[in-house]
Design a protein around this ligand. Structure first.
Ligand code: ADP
Length: 240
């Protein structure tokens, strides 16, 4: 979850799913951001959901261990807009969870749209033991909305795994000094004030943005030496 859009929530969801699947876990990645699905773009998926026989719908198989479902795989058109009210959205998300034949999964990673609307609420009601990972950037304007996400989780009894601060610092390629483009310490402050775990801080990295743009986020999973991948590994270890 996130309070605001553009904080890197889909990237965190996709990277986490890729990493866990590369480690040998069977992982599902479900994109319930119906109005702005990003997962197919990050992973360069242009395929459809598989319908081997009437009434059976299978997720898109990205790799041996990773299955993916997004609304885009039903519409087939990257530029199509979903103009749906709550009941339709709720019904689509429920079908994604219960009518799709996911393999026996170890993890289901769900990318929810920003905010506390129908989508996360449907997840909370359909998967009572779902746990929330909340992504924020360090500045106050993002943290203010994250506090709402935390309150939402507490009200619907969704356990909070913790908060991830993304785009923490940017290392200057010339002098190697960190530049805090969006401020610093916001995640830690939030963690103290709201009594949630801070799972880690992910630095800004242009290679991550570039690979995401090109739909090759999967390439980053085999890079072990980058600050950004080290930060991700620490966070995923803590999630486990
Ligand atoms: P959200 O799902 O919160 O809307 P996205 O995951 O789509 O956010 O990310 C928004 C943009 O920020 C994307 O272009 C993505 O590549 C970029 N991005 C995310 N995390 C980082 C990071 N740590 N460093 C650099 N760019 C990032």
């Amino acid at each position: 979850m996130s309070g605001k859009g553009g904080v890197g929530k889909s990237t965190v969801a996709a990277y986490t799913a890729l990493y866990l699947s590369k480690e040998g876990h069977r992982v599902g990645l479900l994109d319930v951001d119906l109005h702005g699905p990003t997962i197919p773009h990050l992973l360069n998926i242009s395929g459809w959901l598989e319908i081997p026989q009437k009434g059976v719908v299978k997720p898109y198989r990205f790799s041996d261990n990773l299955e993916v479902v997004s609304i885009e795989m039903v519409l087939g058109d990257r530029d199509a807009a979903i103009i749906w009210r709550g009941p339709l959205k709720i019904s689509a998300i429920r079908q994604f969870i219960s009518d799709i034949e996911w393999g026996g999964l170890d993890y289901l990673v769900i990318d929810s749209p920003p905010g506390t609307g129908d989508e996360p609420l449907t997840i909370a009601q359909t998967i009572p033991d779902a746990e929330a990972l909340i992504v924020t950037t360090p500045q106050e304007i993002s943290l203010a909305d994250v506090r709402k996400s935390i309150t939402f989780c507490r009200q619907v009894n969704m356990k909070i795994l913790g908060v991830v601060e993304n785009m923490s610092a940017f290392k200057c390629p010339h002098c190697n000094k960190p530049i805090n483009l969006f401020g610093s310490g916001g995640g830690a402050k939030l963690s103290r004030h709201m009594n949630v775990a801070l799972l880690g801080e992910i630095p800004m990295d242009t290679s991550l943005m570039d690979l995401g743009d090109r739909g090759r986020l999967d390439k980053l999973v085999s890079e072990n030496a980058l600050e950004v991948t080290k930060a991700y590994r620490k966070i995923i270890d803590r999630i486990r």
